[in-house]
Design a protein around this ligand. Structure first.
Ligand code: CAA
Length: 258
């Protein structure tokens, strides 16, 4: 499918989805969001895609929801359309691992989108923030919730109440970001990590993702019970047999996604 605001590339079992609305620093208008939802669902349904890299430009991952598009919305419109959350949450429902490769601004909905991905690799010029308060709004795509869970109350309150931006190093220090690399190395590093993941069994990496995400939904004892049940189910896969056999035979495994 052809997109107006996205560029899609495939590299072996990795799909790169690049936000490409440069005139608005990749601000999410309806068209971009609809396209991104469509692209993520298509990638997730494609058995040849075992990892997704979501990225933007060197200047901006995404500068948030499109302020010009939403400025004049009424409450009734926002409420009846279930504005923002209706399809924005799709990224968090995707089962294929998603790495956010973030350079430049990841603000408002851009920061929220990065947090919906499984982990963030940031360029050293990345800037994260929830500046909605500065335009008389609050985060509307999970920012207050995910940020509080991921980096704790103190930092989340600081970010959401002051609307300040956080650089890549601080973001790594507080756990918002998994790795920081020089800007020029961002895509190589993200692709290397994505290819590593895509080299493993696709159903097993989905199980890992499902289990880690469970930690944010349920109490520890329930999460551990859930993990154990999923762990038991790996023994029903051919890839578990192959992976352990390959270890014993001192060779590389040949996973079949089965
Ligand atoms: N919506 C619509 N357009 C945006 C935008 C946004 N979120 N962010 C940037 N743009 C547009 C600008 O209007 C500008 O367009 P024009 O040239 O037509 O005027 C173009 O992108 C370039 O932006 P700037 O000239 O402002 O670039 P800059 O380098 O001077 O500043 C910036 C960059 C600091 C990111 C600044 O653009 C900015 O503050 N943007 C808004 C950030 C923001 O408040 N995001 C939160 C949005 S609300 C939200 O996301 C709600 C939610 O929870 C989902």
């Amino acid at each position: 499918m052809a997109y107006n605001c996205l560029e899609i590339d495939n590299d072996d079992r990795v799909q790169i989805i690049r936000l490409a609305r440069p005139e608005a620093l990749n601000a999410f208008n309806k068209e971009l969001m609809d396209e991104l939802t469509e692209a993520l669902k298509a990638a997730d349904a494609d058995p040849k895609v075992a990892c997704i890299v979501l990225t933007g430009s060197e200047k901006a991952f995404a500068a948030g929801a499109d302020i010009k598009e939403m400025a004049d919305k009424s409450f009734v419109q926002a409420y009846t359309e279930d504005f923002i959350t209706a399809n924005w949450e799709e990224a968090s429902r995707i089962r294929t691992p998603i790495i956010a490769a973030v350079a430049g601004y990841a603000l408002g909905g851009g920061c929220e989108m990065a947090m919906m991905c499984d982990f963030v690799i940031a360029a050293d010029n990345a800037k994260f923030g929830q500046p909605e308060i500065t335009i008389g709004a609050i985060p509307g795509a999970g920012g207050t919730q995910r940020m509080a869970k991921y980096i704790g109350k103190a930092k989340a309150m600081d970010m959401c109440l002051t609307g300040r931006m956080m650089g890549a190093e601080e973001a790594e220090r507080c756990g918002l970001v998994a790795r920081v690399v020089p800007k020029a190395e961002l895509m190589d590093t993200a692709l290397e990590a994505a290819k590593k993941i895509a080299g493993f069994s696709r159903p097993i990496s989905m199980m890992v993702k499902e289990c880690v995400n469970r930690a944010f939904e349920v109490p520890l004892s329930e999460g551990i019970r859930f993990e154990r049940r999923v762990f038991h189910s790996v023994f029903a896969t051919e890839d578990q047999k192959e992976g352990m056999k390959a270890f014993v035979e001192k060779r590389d495994p040949n996973f079949k996604d089965a």
